[in-house]
Design a protein around this ligand. Structure first.
Ligand SMILES: [Zn+2]
Length: 274
């Protein structure tokens, strides 16, 4: 019989790789010695799977703004309430929505909350203005005056604290690099006579020329007119109506547009041109 078809027998001795404590000298990732590139030596082990020999450099995230940092670590009543409901605060402030069928039945008993879904998870973006008779949500709220936006956010989340939401809304509006872009896209679209026009959000082309570097804050993303033959990964923004559109998980803004509390500055996430 070929080995894979033989009955399983417990090996007599355990296969032991030792400790996973060998640091890549470029990025500091921890590895097992056995993972080293075969031709490198044990005194100077080289690894390809983490940073590809130092070729990929991912900059550290910026420190969160002081007010957010305080909410994340302080022991005040306000900070504790924030951390208890942090996922709900995040959803109230995110630019995109989660397209997912969640199974709530599993959380009826005690124990830690479980996030169980049916099918696939994706991030979606809708029109920049709510359709007739609907309240603004997600990116739409960044087009509104801050007071009105705060009112809508609290209306949808009556169990959350208004003063905390106000702090977070101000932080994201001031610091998140994509916040002004949505406003700009709205201005571009508002200048068009038709309601069904769209624009595209793409990370600036200059970024790709500098391989090995994450785009920095000032070379972020641009709003482009919607034309045929454009990048399939672009995020499409419309003024009004139309379906929710799925955002490619290869777009650099995929992560920061949803996880705004983890990425208050809106630093770009993973993308294939890193
Ligand atoms: Zn490395």
């Amino acid at each position: 019989l070929p080995p894979a078809r033989r009955p399983y027998t417990e090996p007599e001795t355990r296969h032991d790789l030792g400790r996973m404590d060998v640091k890549c000298r470029h990025c500091g990732a921890l590895h097992w010695m056995a993972e080293k590139i075969a031709k490198s030596s044990e005194t100077n082990p080289q690894y390809g799977m983490c940073c590809n020999h130092g070729k990929v450099v991912v900059e550290r995230l910026e420190e969160p703004p002081a007010e957010l940092q305080a909410l994340l670590v302080d022991n005040t009543t306000q900070a504790k309430e924030f951390r208890k409901n942090i996922a709900q605060y995040n959803t109230a402030l995110s630019f995109t929505s989660l397209g997912v069928t969640e199974d709530h039945s599993i959380n009826n008993g005690g124990g830690p909350p479980i996030f169980r879904i049916h099918g696939e998870l994706c991030h979606q973006s809708g029109a920049l203005l709510p359709s007739e008779g609907h309240k603004p949500v997600y990116a739409q709220l960044y087009i509104y005056e801050p007071q009105a936006a705060l009112d809508y956010r609290m209306e949808n989340n009556t169990n959350l604290q208004r003063d905390t939401m106000e702090i977070l809304q101000r932080i994201i509006t001031e610091h998140h690099q994509y916040a002004p872009l949505f406003l700009h896209a709205h201005e571009v679209l508002a200048a068009q006579p038709a309601d069904d026009v769209s624009v595209r959000l793409r990370v600036a082309p200059g970024v790709h020329a500098r391989r090995g570097n994450l785009p920095t804050a000032n070379e972020v993303a641009v709003i482009l007119p919607n034309q045929p033959n454009t990048e399939p990964r672009d995020i499409i923004l419309r003024r009004r109506n139309g379906p929710l559109l799925r955002i490619s998980d290869l777009h650099p803004a995929y992560t920061p547009l949803y996880y705004v509390i983890l990425f208050p500055h809106g630093e770009n996430g993973w993308h294939p041109d890193l």
